[in-house]
Design a binder for this molecule. Structure first.
Ligand code: TA6
Length: 303
């Protein structure tokens, strides 16, 4: 009953009739549902997790596994998980949750605002005794998502402490595609990458990124935009960024897909992660009292 009261209370504060409301989503988790002339979209309050962006007249752009778990404190498999303040496993603590704590914490809904023909949702996560169990920093993270003709995501971290801090971050975006074996990522030609499927060996990208096996690459010093070409769905997805110096490309392929309980054995064929990140040797340093903002902008056109 409390959950429904919470949703009712949230709607009293944030609903924009006809444009945005809070609903009970999968697993009873609260989500903001946006429907504008330009696009429809969804963001769950747990993890501030975008799970849908569907520009008007187009098919869904994001992938969410049919086998995702929908439980408080468990990462949703798909959409745009926020990885922070570390990426992958925590170097100094193998028991720490993969990809940090941000994607499994409840974020506070701050505002839902009309922004022209778009809707902007703002959520925050502040350090507390639970975050300090894993990471001692005092911080306030603000996440703004603008659902419109483009999907714009802005992740700002303010260092409230007296010391500089270093962290990794990722908008770990899962894209829905028609057939992984026909898709390709353009814009990374000649860029160095760390191959996580080959002992983190450093290699050089030759031409477009084609996926023909498990792929898990951290591209270093990447350009401000790459394109995901999907000839099966007839679309080109632009992935532009600001203040993101690394790009991660991931597809689990057959074996890893079968090993993930929250991922369908065949789903590897319809998805690819092209992630806007600052990871590994290009993690972010933020001085005391300073802030850093990473942005991703997803756009779509016919290919
Ligand atoms: O971004 C790629 C990656 O780091 C892969 O190594 C794989 O672990 C993927 O993230 C998914 O991670 P998760 O913790 O969500 O299962």
């Amino acid at each position: 009953m409390k959950a429904m009261a919470t949703i009712a209370e949230l709607n009293r504060r944030f609903e924009i009739p006809g444009l945005a409301r809070i609903d009970e989503g999968n697993g009873g988790l609260p989500k903001v549902v946006v429907t504008t002339a330009e696009a429809a979209g969804e963001i769950y309050l747990p993890g501030a997790h975008v799970t849908s962006w569907k520009p008007s007249g187009r098919e869904e752009v994001l992938f969410v596994s049919a086998k995702s778990r929908w439980e408080d404190g468990v990462a949703i498999r798909g959409g745009v998980p926020i990885c922070f303040p570390w990426f992958g496993s925590k170097q100094d603590d193998p028991k720490a949750p993969a990809h940090g704590f941000a994607r499994t914490r409840a974020w506070d809904l701050q505002s839902v605002e009309k922004d022209g023909d778009s809707v902007r949702v703002t959520m925050i996560l502040e350090s507390d005794e639970k975050t300090k169990k894993w990471w001692p920093a005092d911080f306030r993270s603000e996440y703004r998502v603008i659902f419109g003709r483009e999907l714009r995501m802005e992740l700002t971290m303010k260092n409230l402490g007296a010391e500089a801090v270093r962290f990794e971050e990722a908008l770990h975006t899962y894209f829905r595609i028609g057939d992984i074996e026909k898709a390709r990522v353009q814009g990374l030609d000649g860029i160095k990458y760390t191959d996580k499927t080959d002992a983190r060996c450093e290699k050089m990208q030759q031409g477009d990124v084609l996926i023909t096996a498990e792929t898990d690459r951290e591209y270093l010093d990447t350009p401000h935009a790459v394109e995901l070409i999907d000839p099966v769905m007839g679309r080109k997805i632009g992935i532009a960024n600001q203040n993101s110096r690394t790009t991660v490309v991931w597809n689990p392929w057959v074996k890893k897909a079968a090993a993930m309980s929250d991922f369908g054995d065949e789903e590897w064929r319809q998805m690819i992660c092209v992630e806007t990140t600052n990871v590994s040797q290009l993690a972010v340093d933020v001085g005391a009292g300073c802030k850093h903002q990473m942005r991703a902008k997803i756009s779509i056109e016919n290919s």
